[in-house]
Design a protein. Sequence first.
Lengths: 135, 99
Amino acid sequence: MTETTGGVELDEEMSGVIKKFMFVNRKAPYGTIYALEGLEVVLISAAFDQDVSLVFLDDGIYQLVKGQHTKAIDVKNFSPTYRALEGYDIEKLYVEKESLEARNLTVDNLIVPVEVLTSAEMAALMTEQDVVISF
Amino acid sequence: MLHIVNKSPSERNTLDSCLRMSGKGSAVLLIEDGVYGATKGNIAEGKIKEALKDRSVYALWPDLEARGMQDAVIEGVKLVDYGGFVDLVAEHNNAQSWL
């Protein structure tokens, strides 16, 4: 059964479908606006009760580095926000092992608990998503 | 001459170009995302160490601190604040920003 709302046909069963969303973060924080904007979109996505995964690759890993102090560059330090994601039921955070190692970092250097995946595991996770959004 | 790099070496090749084109005795200043090039174990560590043999390499401290990389600086890289940045620009007869 369908109902018509403002010209858009909504199938009642379809409107409750939960899709797998993956947000791919590949940029360092502060140098560009991508990291902060990506985080804002992730927070918005939490309102739609979807199956959200956050992935950190390449320089995106730097977003999660502990000990960021931004007072001297006069920019908001948004790194504590990653710790608040859990409160929005966004609990699937993944980092690529190869990207961590290429930057001499380990999970101990990161501000939140994450699952470390190899490139191959990351590729498999990416393939099974319904929607992939890149920042 | 002063060379300024503001991009991460694992994102762009500007640090490579800078190190190729900067001559002996010149100064290289890493700012913004460029400061990742001044950290231990990064992709450009070897090239920075090589450059340190015949030129000065500086990194902007407020940018390192903002990124949480203040404890990972390669030995020999000198740290400057904004005042030091101004001094470097004033001390050199010209400057190139590798955008």
